[in-house]
Design a protein around this ligand. Structure first.
Ligand code: NAD
Ligand code: LMR
Length: 327
């Protein structure tokens, strides 16, 4: 089988450094699939990315068929089967939200165009760079020839964080927790939902049996975990974010286990009252390289209000990038 072309943007950044070695050692696509890595960076960071490429060579990974480093998006995405869009413009002091969206539009518009121009017909895109959901929408809107559903954004880190918090609360292992959902935006408005979560055949919500804990401890801990990591580490999450990116693509390509689902931000088809087209997190199952939004879940009042609030924020972000002419 020909190697799979995996493009990583922001390759010289901290997530890039935590991500590339795991892709090359087979954690992304499994132990039988060779990969060609394409590392995209801005010109000032190409040298650092070349240093990382030297280290990748020095690992002598049997699955790593080749590495290319470039600052040219067209080259980086040419023939790409998987694209991990990690590089983004961080919010800096004094920057308004509109400035941040505009700066990111300057990155994700040309990358969407380059994906449209040259990616392989089976391209799968994961946007990690924040604001991830809206950056994914910008890239998608500039790739009209690529099926819209191939553009996704990452809420798997939130999903994994929520499982970890719940496992501590209930004194069970993470492997015993199934069917947890992150709804909405990868932001402080996201909603981690345990009302359909299963722990060894029992309802997690019933086991917790404490709505105040859900509202006042669990949800804010998960939703503000990114900020807590920045506060503690002095830098945003890197290894856990890279791990979640690996989980997202791994499950998209290789499937979710029977009896479980995962969370991915995908273009809404109108399910659960989420306006069509916005890239919002849903419970999804995956098989044969395709994902499907889990249907038919009952949404209680507690969940409805929180899903609606996060979705409203995504609609606002979409309207803001539309007003800026970015989509
Ligand atoms: P970083 O600053 O260490 O690295 C970002 C890299 O992107 C830099 O090397 C920079 O040169 C590069 N870059 C900037 N513009 C680029 C472009 N146009 N093309 C290619 N590369 C470009 O940041 P990081 O810690 O690696 O985080 C990257 C992004 O991921 C940030 O936006 C961060 O907020 C986000 N993030 C998202 C999640 C999530 O769960 N969705 C979690 C953690 C971090
Ligand atoms: C995270 O959830 O850890 C990050 O999205 C935080 C950030 O702002 O980079």
């Amino acid at each position: 089988m020909a190697p799979v072309n995996v493009t990583v943007t922001g390759a010289a950044g901290q997530i890039g450094y935590a991500l590339l070695f795991r892709i090359a050692s087979g954690h992304l696509l499994g132990p039988d699939t060779k990969v060609n890595l394409r590392l995209l960076e801005i010109p000032q960071a190409v040298k650092a990315a070349e240093g990382t490429a030297m280290e990748l060579d020095d690992c002598a990974f049997p699955l790593l068929a080749g590495i290319e480093v470039t600052d040219d998006a067209k080259k980086a995405f040419d023939g790409a089967n998987v694209a991990l869009l990690v590089g983004a413009r961080p919010r800096t002091k004094g920057m308004e939200r509109g400035d941040l969206l505009e700066a990111n539009g300057g990155i994700f518009k040309p990358q969407g165009e380059a994906i449209n121009a040259g990616a392989a017909s089976d391209i799968k895109v994961l946007v990690v760079g924040n604001p991830a959901n809206t950056n994914a929408l910008i890239a998608q809107q500039h790739a009209p020839d690529v099926p819209a559903g191939r553009f996704t954004a990452m809420t798997r880190l939130d999903h994994n964080r929520a499982i970890s918090q719940l496992s501590t609360k209930l004194g069970v292992s993470v492997a015993e927790i199934k069917k947890l959902t992150i709804w909405g935006n990868h932001s402080a408005t996201q909603y981690p939902d345990v009302f359909h979560t299963d722990v060894n055949g029992r309802s997690a919500a019933e086991l917790v049996n404490d709505e105040a804990w859900l509202a006042d401890t669990f949800i804010p801990t998960v939703a503000k975990r990114g900020a807590a990591i920045i506060e503690a580490r002095g830098a945003s999450s890197a290894a856990s974010a890279a791990n979640a990116a690996i989980d997202h693509i791994h499950d998209w390509v290789l499937g979710t286990p029977a009896g479980d689902w995962t969370s991915m931000a995908v273009p809404s088809d109108g399910s659960y009252g989420v306006p069509e087209g916005i890239i919002s997190s849903f419970p999804v199952t995956t098989a044969d390289g395709e994902y499907q939004i889990v249907q038919g879940l009952e949404i209680n009042e507690f969940s409805r209000a929180r899903i609606d609030a996060s979705v409203a924020e995504l609609v606002e972000e979409r309207d803001a990038v539309r007003a800026l002419g970015l989509i």
